[in-house]
Write a protein that binds this ligand. Structure first.
Ligand code: ADP
Length: 626
């Protein structure tokens, strides 16, 4: 027999994970028991599903359960399950390598989390390797459901492990932990009972400690709402989401038509995607009559709802449906539509009930809903109700809905206006909002780079067009008598019409291809000039993002036609008209500088070297006293 023992090296990444687990995780050691029990439960779920699709014969009648046994003298802990087990090939890939793609990032994140907060470790799913927190040696004896030869895997968590054939095993896996000196408590029955009660309440198979069942095997989502306490819900959330925070929202609902559904869904408090842990995997498990069909199902909710955790159970699905066929299954597609709509409706109601709470949620998960608007036409209208933005009519930090905006639109106003900028202060001091302020027209501030894409995908809300304030031909509603006074005032200070026209023509010659036209503005109040976009599709913020992403010139040129609008009442523009006659070269420099300044205020790029040289030339003139 011994001749059959093979010694193998762990993959380099696995060694690093082992190193972190062994050396930086001394607290919260309990989690290793949870990880092993949840692996056992997964193996049982897989077998239960398999027995419906494949009808396995080997050891078919062994009951599905998890047994935990300990020996306080020998200081061992054994976790046995009657799940699918592993073949020798599976042993090697599952317990010798790390499955995560991009393990580099995974390792960095893990090392960082290990230093900061051990709770975060759970989010990484160190899984089986967590056992080395407490073990001198780990032995895995396992035999696959297919009845092939059993094997024993063994390692002390150093650089290598051994695999050898092992006779007399039944279907499933047995994990034997030889406990470290300072981890002997895990060889005691009451410690194990405590941990199992804490972590394993919702495991849908009997969990026995020293032969005694410690959990009640019941699917919480199938119970009636009135019988479930808040604590039970929260515990279940932690269990199903592998989470440590409390849920932010919870939706538990049952329906009979059009499909029989029992669903229990949660929105977490934390967004781990922004914490350096890469893209989240979907968090909802799909069941049929309490049998797990698809864990972390990609089919039951759209991708942009991947932050939602929970369970969907529908007895209308065929029990023996294979995981591969879920994607195209008409019932699953229908189910997904019903659940998605229901969840969005629930969020809309919650937002109405408690807008402060919803704002917290929005700050954490708003980006996912915006992703939904730009990628999923089907739910755009429903998602539009959930969008929130800062606004000129709300205090800094307070966000409003499009519905709020529409509800207080001015008489005669037919469009919803927004403007992008890096901050509220930058927007409020920029040229685009001047006329909005003056006419007291509300304008939304889109402070995130993605926002303009979201609003332009949406196009309309409540039949009102969404318009960026950096578009040309903006027609703001006028307050009639105010408007008249304004016009009178402007005409007093303003350059005469013919001078405006010839100045614009000449400025266009100076700026050549950089602008489509130079035009007198009817919108500017204080600023001398601004850049506006002509074709009504692309905003400056969108152009900036596309440039940063290296979009091809032609694509930018297609969307990015611009006008320069000048303010004929501004002292600078009036003086420019005179300067043009007196000192044409100097006047050209001033035109170029006005253009660059306007580009900067639009958040667009200018050539810094040219601009600085020109700026020095202008300063020199000033110092000369001209
Ligand atoms: P994870 O559970 O996150 O996939 P683990 O490192 O805990 O990561 O386990 C790796 C793999 O080993 C599992 O995906 C599973 O295929 C296999 N495995 C672990 N424990 C068992 C078990 N008790 N029975 C069958 N397979 C198991």
């Amino acid at each position: 027999m011994t001749s059959k023992v093979e010694t193998k090296q762990f993959q380099a990444e696995t060694r690093k994970v082992l190193d972190i687990v062994i050396n930086s995780l001394y607290t919260e050691r309990d989690i290793f028991v949870r990880e092993l029990v949840s692996n056992a439960a997964d193996a049982l779920e897989k077998f239960r599903h398999l027995s419906l699709t494949e009808k396995p014969e080997f050891d078919a009648h062994i009951p599905l359960e998890i047994s935990i046994d300990c020996d306080d003298k020998k200081h061992t802990l054994t976790i046995t399950d009657t799940g699918i087990g592993m073949t020798s090939a599976e042993l090697e890939t599952n317990l010798g390598t790390i499955a995560h793609s991009g393990s580099g990032n995974f390792l960095e994140g893990l090392a960082e989390a290990a230093q900061k907060d051990v709770n975060l470790i759970g989010q990484f799913g160190v899984g089986f390797y967590a056992s080395f927190m407490a073990a001198d040696k780990v032995t895995v004896q396992t035999r696959s459901w297919d009845g092939s030869e059993g094997h024993e895997w063994q390692s002390d968590g150093g650089g290598s492990y051994t695999v050898s054939p092992c006779e007399g095993l039944h279907r499933g896996s047995k994990i034997i932990i030889d406990l470290k000196e300072d981890a002997h408590e895990y060889g005691q029955k009451f410690t194990l009972e405590r941990i199992i009660k804490q972590y394993s309440t919702f495991i849908p198979f009997p969990v026995k400690v020293e032969g005694k069942k410690v959990n009640t095997v019941e699917a919480i989502w199938a119970r009636s709402k009135s019988e479930i306490t808040d604590e039970e819900y929260t515990e279940f959330y932690k269990f199903v989401g592998n989470a440590f925070d409390e849920p932010m929202y919870r939706l538990h609902f049952a329906a009979d038509a059009p499909l029989a559904i029992n669903a229990l869904l949660f929105a977490p408090k934390e967004n781990f995607e922004t914490m350096g842990m890469g893209r989240m995997q979907p968090g909802v498990n799909l069941y049929c009559q309490k049998v797990l069909i698809d864990q972390h199902s990609e089919n039951i909710l759209p991708e942009w709802l991947r932050f939602v955790k929970g369970v969907v159970d529908s007895e209308d699905l065929p029990l023996n449906i294979s995981r591969q066929s879920l994607q195209d299954n008409a019932l699953v597609i229908k189910l997904r539509r019903v659940i998605t709509k229901r969840f969005l409706k629930y969020l809309t109601e919650e937002a109405k009930k408690d807008s402060d709470k919803y704002q917290e949620f929005w700050k954490t998960f708003g980006l996912f809903l915006k992703e939904g608007v730009t990628t999923d036409f089907e739910y755009q209208e429903k998602l539009a109700k959930l969008l929130r933005f800062e606004s000129s009519a709300a205090d800094p930090g307070v966000m409003i809905s499009l519905e709020d905006y529409v509800g207080r639109m001015k008489d005669g106003q037919t469009e919803i206006y927004y403007i992008n900028g890096p901050s509220r202060i930058a927007i409020e001091n920029g040229p685009y909002v001047e006329m909005f302020k003056k006419r007291e027209v509300e304008i939304l501030y889109t402070l995130e780079p993605i926002d303009d894409f979201v609003l332009s995908h949406l196009g309309r809300y409540d039949d009102k067009k969404l318009v960026s304030a950096d578009q040309a031909d903006l027609r703001l509603p006028e307050t009639t008598d105010e408007g008249d006074k304004e016009k009178e005032k402007r005409s007093e200070d303003t350059l005469p019409e013919e001078i405006q026209q010839s100045l614009c023509k000449w400025m266009k010659e100076v700026l050549a291809e950089r602008v489509k036209e130079v035009k007198p503005s009817s919108r500017l109040v204080d600023s001398p000039a601004m850049i506006v976009n002509v074709n009504g599709v692309m905003t400056s913020s969108m152009e900036r993002i596309m440039m940063a992403q290296g979009a091809p010139e032609e694509q930018l040129a297609m969307g990015g036609k611009k006008d320069l609008e000048i303010n004929p009442a501004s002292p600078l523009i009036r003086k420019l008209a005179e300067l043009r006659v007196k000192d044409q070269d100097f006047a050209k420099d001033v035109v170029e500088q006005i253009f660059d300044n306007a580009m900067i205020q639009a958040g667009l790029l200018v050539d810094p070297q040219q601009m600085v040289n020109r700026n020095y030339r202008i300063l020199e003139k000033m110092a000369d006293g001209k």
